[in-house]
Design a protein around this ligand. Sequence first.
Ligand code: PLP
Length: 368
Amino acid sequence: MTNRAVGLADLPLRPELVGEEPYGAPQLDVPVCLNVNENPYAPSDRVRAEIAEGAARAAGGMNRYPDREATALRTRLAAYLGHGLRLENIWAANGSNEVMTHLLQAFGGPDRSLLTFAPTYSMYPEYARNTHTRYLTEPREADFTIDPARAVAAIEQHRPDVVVITTPNNPTGTATGFDVLRPILDAAPGIVVVDEAYQEFVQPGVPSALELLPDHPRLVVSRTMSKAFAFAGGRLGYLAAGEAVVDACRIVRLPYHLSAVTQAVACVALDNADEMMAHVAELRAGRDDMVDWLTAQGLPVVPTSANFVLFGAFADRHAVWAGLLSDGVLIRETGPAGMLRVSVGTPEEMAAFKTSLRRILDEENTDR
Ligand SMILES: *Cc1c(COP(=O)(O)O)cnc(C)c1O
């Protein structure tokens, strides 16, 4: 029996949740999905079969709780990252979103604050709200970079418990170098999280904040298998940090938070890392091509190191978004006013996007 007469307003919901909507990009069934920065290439038939075998092996022990410490998985993640990292330096959870929640449960909370640099990832305020952490933002520069002196001044003013720097940043694609990270690490009184969800897409040779870990015990580098690794459906995010940070996450995690199936199939994916990431160089080239093409159409484009491009600026971005959708192309209405974000897809998907956007731009011109 369901009682439809009782709505959300009739329930004793926490006051800060009243009027809130469940967050997430629209999940629409369209031919060309370029809206959530996934790797467009599904696993090969061979890896698919191995993933199925891994799930079948996990099924054989399904009456038992999984390994609470996810030892086999964390060992593989450490090997994947290199940099001398070991099992003890790695924490894993159901996507970066759960990793970030663990970090804020451990280091944020009531009377504590998180500082980040806007515009940035739209999930951070949700993690902060859910953990009762005060959410503070400092604006990025006009070109979406972070000015180190202004960042340090903001840190000194607010004394945040957690600082989050996203590099490459979502939704702008902006990379942040050590010249900015180092002064922030020196100034921050608490934890500094560098969210490197898109790190595998940066130009080869651009260093990762992993290199800074040995000298910075309060630095946390967050990664995910959802983007370059082509494993968004597997839900596996992870971090690298000093052992003590991992110990803090182990205090707040729910027991057995990573299912036996998740652990097994993520291990298979990591054992096939080269194949899972086989298209990354091609996606990087596709990204550069997309920047060139959008620029050639006369559209301002934000320089990007990720697998997506923020472009614009449109007087009515929703109309452009809807026009693309009417052609079966789904992109993301996000970021600063007038801007749209498109993920890099397969050559066929990008051709469909270009054809549709060109049509929309031409129609706009004839209207003028
Ligand atoms: C996509 C994304 C993530 C990854 O989220 P998952 O929960 O691991 O899928 C993390 N950080 C940023 C900035 C992202 O854009």
